[in-house]
Design a protein around this ligand. Structure first.
Ligand code: X2X
Length: 333
């Protein structure tokens, strides 16, 4: 009782303190790792959430944020998360699929026509299916997935207008079989590289292109090393907010509730921010020297279809998962 009283008494000091400092020891000090720059909406909203969690828990729960892959690249951080060395981590469902194969189902090329259909699916049956798969592997996903966005293809060498322009194109893809398969189906030459090494890989010419939402092209300054951008919207991507199971269960019920409530609320705010940024940042990127093209997306989708991409992945994911995806998007893929 004495200790708790003391902590509440000094709480005001701690709340005003910087990211990684505190005026007293919280009962629980957990790490949250991610691969994005501090200016990305995920980190901006996360900071808000962690501040509220510290405050609402009366100083008992402190989450220190480590952005920009400071604790390691995504592959390494996923291992740390599983071991409990890092307690929280936000990860693309497709990279997570190296551990939870069917988590990647939301990343099928051209599955979602717009954000409305994304959130309906991810807050509905498809998201629930993915979270159940994740739980089977001993990780705890928060209910609301955070937004990465619809992905666009950038290049340092050429404008991409048609699938033929991707023929033999040296493009970086994140570490994930689905990504590798999609760009192989496009006829490109994909190389798996973790995001923490992407800027260097582009600037040294290890690869000529990459694909990411515009919010990342902007916050990670990819415009410094990429010239052209094709607005292909070839897939939607998000970030599951994951907890190590033992670390999560070590938290008292009331703290778990405070953490989950604030993370899920901030995820909704972050979705709005990211969508807005993805919609508006094109102008800023143009000022920074990038040129944009708006190719016919149907041609890219046809290319995937002709290469057997959808048939292959329907087989890999199985009828149950595929059926939930098709129901969510209201069409057969
Ligand atoms: O690695 C990427 O390209 C990124 C940042 O979009 C993901 O986390 C999937």
């Amino acid at each position: 009782i004495t200790r708790r009283t003391m902590m509440i008494g000094t709480g005001a000091v701690a709340l005003g303190a910087a990211f990684h400092t505190r005026a007293y020891a919280a009962d629980f000090t957990y790490k949250f790792a991610n691969n994005l720059q501090p200016a990305h909406p995920l980190n901006v909203r996360l900071k808000e959430a962690t501040d509220k969690i510290l405050e609402e828990s009366g100083g008992r729960m402190q989450i220190n944020v480590f952005p920009a892959s400071q604790l390691g690249n995504d592959t390494e951080t996923l291992s740390q998360l599983r071991a409990g060395a890092t307690e929280f981590f936000s990860l693309s469902p497709l990279i997570l699929s190296t551990l939870v194969p069917n988590a990647a189902i939301s990343g099928i090329g051209f599955a979602f026509p717009d954000y409305d259909s994304v959130w309906k699916a991810m807050d509905g049956e498809l998201g629930a299916y993915a979270r159940a798969e994740i739980e089977k592997k001993g990780l705890v996903p928060m209910e609301k997935i955070w937004d990465n966005g619809f992905r666009q293809i950038t290049s340092s060498t050429k404008t991409i207008n048609t699938p033929a322009d991707l023929e033999g194109f040296k493009i970086r893809v994140p570490p994930s079989p689905l990504w590798q398969s999609m760009f192989t189906a496009f006829g490109a030459a994909p190389t798996t590289i973790n995001f923490s090494e992407v800027y260097t890989a582009l600037s040294t010419g290890v690869v000529d292109g990459q694909e990411n939402p515009l919010a990342i092209a902007s916050t990670a300054k990819l415009y410094e090393v990429q010239k052209h951008c094709a607005m292909t919207n070839h897939m939607w991507d998000g970030f599951w907010f994951l907890a190590n199971k033992r670390s999560w269960e070590a938290l008292p019920e009331d703290i778990r509730e405070i953490v989950a409530k604030n993370l899920n609320a901030s995820a909704l705010d972050q979705r709005t921010d990211t969508q807005k940024l993805n919609d508006t940042v094109r102008e800023e990127l143009t000022k920074n020297g990038m040129t944009f093209t708006d190719p016919d997306k149907a041609a890219f989708r046809e290319k995937l279809k002709a290469a057997g991409f959808y048939t292959d992945w329907k087989g890999k994911f199985g009828d149950e998962a595929w059926g939930i995806l098709e129901k969510a998007v209201g069409t057969s893929l």
